[in-house]
Design a protein around this ligand. Structure first.
Ligand SMILES: *Cc1c(COP(=O)(O)O)cnc(C)c1O
Length: 820
């Protein structure tokens, strides 16, 4: 952080319970048209949110004034997803008015908790990538970093998941329909963007003509920081028909696909694509990307000019644009277009400026997630941008690659932003990750091991050309939401021992390590966990109708459903545990509850089959009296931020079992360890650094490492060999294949079995099975001695200082954004 800049210390707002009550009543009457007596929790939620937004918007103005007088560099965080979760409780905490609000609500005869519960999650993201953007917004404000988030105000966020007959159902989530008091429309800042058309050469200049015009309306959401007066803006664009644009009505009856094929202004910001780590490749998606990028670019350039005048001389010092994955990568071409076609730049100067202001975060190595657009499609939707991409590529290959590898045409082919068709007459493909690397100043991976793989496996040649370009910034999570807010009793216990401001300086948690052996502290820590488990048990009873024993080990796997995350590994192991119990019902094992939460992309068949299988196995196990409640399996539907906030404080075991090399970082792993869960995990993503922080004795690491995975693949891996040599594993796979678990559709689980056996088990589930099962035996052994278990749990929580998103943002400030 800047040492020159004064820390915006929080002036404790002169907001009393009475002030809040007054503002709430005013909003009830004037904004909502209700009498005080008519207001239930939901109406009070809305009125209280409006009252808090008022404070937020005031502080935004103060923050902007301060920043523009300091003329600081500002970070623009471009992300197609912001999975912010509920905002009221978080904002009350950050503004330091939680207790006052509690009192004010009590005067209205309701509990603040009920008011907070009536907020629906703004589900503007899929999973980890979108949640990261939200944690980063919290930390940017907390660290007083001048910043603005840009994204899309989707009308339908991620689908709502139900379970019927064990299978996932999807329905649209019209999350704004029951009001979104946090967003404020800003018509003064609306933008018009263009699509389609053609490029005409005029006096040696390119001109983009005959375009369709779309209007972008910004919605501003205030983002409060912890213990500071800084409030930043999250600006979300909504598409509208520009004047004279043909309106086609939106068919609400169908979800995603079977709608009108015609892309019109209205439906650009309708729906979030529900894929996690998978490229959809659809025209509407490309248009979404360009729409929000072009609106944001015009907006931030206008702001620069308002603050700095028309000269571009300082732009590189005042602006940084962070690309959250390649989703906003078209920004590189859009920026070049503005400079070349509208601002009179020469190509070399434009690219130079581009390389000062862009930075790109890579989130995945999965080939199917790396975005590639047909050149034809970009050429149709954005003809001028396609020309510019060719121009950038020409310069890059024939000047820069040529200088590094003179005369090496195969290297040029390898590094080209444009992938040439394998067959003559095939389509050229634009590699958006390459465009991002070539156009950026810095590229970062999101955990140490992942960044190393980005350097060595994904972009080795780029790393050779530009050895300083690819760096690491390990992800983090905000301790305000993921400890203070979701686990208030644990926060209080920590407060009783740690005097400093651990909420703002999470490294201070380390002091709690001194109490890891203290029986009294252990007892309190364990009681808080048990209490959180009782609360989760009530949620499970309500959501799933299943009784679980709060004294059991709560073993949790919550994350998007993906074969690389390997929920199927846990499933096979649970089936094996069940068989062991049937063989020996007197087996001396502590009772265990396996808890899942996961949405599968609607088009991802195997993932949906895994959900189905988990639920069928759960049904069987939960209703079998022979095993005396020693095993329960629960799939809680509709996993989302607000549900995560209830599950995480209750987790004893955190499942982080991805195939090594596939999980870029993970952040669920950090949240659960912070709340005192022990991780069972592979040496993947941030698990590696978690192990480093907590020590090998306090984590259950198992399975193949990245190096062993590639050795095994080189040797030739046969999942059949493992299947044939491991009796228990063979038995459970045969059982899954037999159809016995799903009499109404005996072939239902074939896709899982095929993936594990016939299709070669790409994610090495069987290869890691025995090691995983052994790790669980160690977990059970450890659980049997509470003094050891709770010591480890405390050490986990106390050692998570590194994984605050404040540390991540401080790293970005220092190594990527050069914020002085
Ligand atoms: C943290 C979080 C994630 C990311 O979980 P991983 O285990 O890192 O994949 C996904 N969804 C929600 C709702 C989260 O809060």
């Amino acid at each position: 952080m800047s040492s020159k800049k004064s820390k915006t210390k929080q002036i404790k707002p002169a907001v009393s319970a009475a002030d809040i009550s007054e503002a709430v009543n005013r909003h009830l009457q004037q904004s909502l048209g209700l009498e005080r007596e008519e207001a239930g929790p939901h109406e009070l939620w809305e009125a209280l949110s409006l009252a808090v937004r008022e404070i937020g918007l005031q502080k935004i103005r103060a923050t902007r004034q301060k920043e523009s007088s300091e003329k600081a560099r500002r970070v623009y965080y471009l992300s197609l997803e912001f999975l912010v979760g509920r905002l009221l409780g978080n904002n009350l905490h950050n503004l330091g008015i939680y207790d006052q609000a509690e009192k004010a609500m009590a005067e209205h005869g309701v509990s603040l908790v009920d008011v907070l519960e009536s907020e629906s999650d703004p589900a503007l993201g899929n999973g980890g990538l979108g949640r990261l953007a939200a944690c980063f917004m919290d930390s940017l404000a907390t660290l007083d970093t001048p910043a603005m988030g840009y994204g899309i105000n989707y009308r339908f966020g991620l689908f709502k998941q139900g379970i019927a007959g064990g299978r996932q159902t999807e329905s649209p989530d019209a999350w704004r329909e029951d009001h979104f008091p946090w967003g404020k429309e800003r018509p003064k800042r609306k933008q018009t963007v263009r699509l389609y058309g053609r490029v005409v050469e005029k006096d040696g200049k390119a001109s983009w003509e005959d375009t369709k015009e779309i209007m972008g309306m910004p919605w501003d959401v205030p983002v409060t920081g912890y213990n500071t007066d800084t409030v930043n803006t999250l600006r979300l664009w909504e598409s509208r028909a520009a004047e004279g644009f043909d309106l086609t009505s939106f068919d609400r009856g169908h979800y995603m696909d079977s709608r009108s094929k015609e892309i019109n202004a209205e439906n650009i910001s309708q729906v979030l694509y529900p894929n996690d780590n998978h490229d959809a490749g659809k025209e509407l998606r490309l248009i979404q990307q360009y729409f929000f990028v072009a609106c944001s670019m015009a907006d931030l350039i206008a702001r620069y000019k308002r603050e700095n005048g028309d000269s571009w001389a300082d732009f590189g010092k005042k602006v940084i644009m962070q690309l959250n994955d390649t989703h906003p990568a078209i920004a590189v071409a859009e920026f070049m277009r503005v400079l070349l076609d509208e601002e009179g730049f020469e190509f070399d100067e434009a690219l130079k400026l581009c390389r000062q202001v862009f930075a790109y975060t890579n989130h995945t190595l999965l080939p199917e997630a790396l975005e590639k657009w047909p050149a034809q499609l970009i050429g149709k939707v954005l003809p001028r941008h396609m020309q510019i991409i060719y121009r950038i590529n020409y310069f890059f290959l024939h000047t820069e690659v040529e200088a590094q590898w003179p005369g090496d045409d195969s290297m040029k082919r390898r590094l080209s932003i444009i992938e040439e068709p394998e067959q003559p007459g095939g389509d050229q493909i634009v590699r958006m990750a390459y465009l991002s690397v070539v156009g950026s100043n810095k590229v970062n991976g999101v955990a140490a091991i992942h960044s190393k793989l980005v350097q060595d496996m994904l972009f080795p040649e780029f790393h050779k050309m530009w050895p300083e370009k690819i760096v690491n910034v390990t992800n983090g999570v905000t301790p305000r939401r993921w400890l203070d807010h979701c686990n208030p009793e644990l926060a209080k216990l920590i407060d009783s021992k740690i005097k400093g401001d651990w909420r703002g300086k999470l490294d201070l948690l380390d002091k709690a390590n001194a109490y890891a052996d203290d029986p009294a502290f252990q007892k309190k820590f364990a009681e808080i966990k048990l209490d959180n488990k009782r609360k989760l048990a009530a949620v499970i009873k309500q959501e799933c109708g299943i009784e679980v024993n709060p004294e059991a080990i709560f073993d949790v796997q919550i994350k998007r459903l993906h074969e690389y995350k390997r929920q199927q590994l846990s499933l096979l192991h649970i089936m094996a545990l069940y068989r062991r119990l049937l063989e020996n019902p007197e087996l001396d094992v502590p009772p265990r509850v396996f808890i899942f939460g996961a949405k599968a992309a609607p088009g991802y068949k195997v993932a949906k089959t895994i959900i189905h299988a988990i639920n069928r196995v759960a049904d069987r196990i939960n209703n079998d009296r022979r095993i005396k409640d020693k095993l329960k399996v629960v799939f809680i539907p509709n996993y989302r931020v607000s549900l995560a906030e209830k599950i995480i404080p209750a987790a004893d075991v955190s499942e982080q079992i991805s195939t090594a090399g596939f999980e870029a970082s993970g952040t669920g792993n950090m949240k659960m360890a912070l709340n005192g869960a022990l991780t069972v995990g592979t040496m993947d993503g941030a698990n590696v650094e978690i192990a480093e922080e907590v020590g090998d004795d306090n984590i259950f690491i198992f399975g193949l490492t990245v190096d062993q995975v590639s050795e095994l693949r080189d040797r030739g891996y046969s999942s059949w060999d493992i299947y044939n040599s491991n009796e228990e594993l063979k038995a459970v796979i045969d059982w899954l294949a037999s159809g016995e678990l799903c009499p109404d559709e005996p072939e239902a689980f074939r896709p899982i079995v095929e993936s594990l056996l016939d299709r070669g088990d790409y994610f090495l589930t069987l290869a890691d099975y025995q090691a995983y099962s052994d790790a669980h035996d160690r977990i059970v052994d450890t659980w049997k001695t509470p003094a050891i278990w709770w010591k480890k749990a405390i050490i986990n929580s106390a050692s998570m200082g590194k994984f605050s998103s404040d540390r991540s943002i401080a790293d970005y400030n220092r190594t990527i954004w050069m914020m002085d």
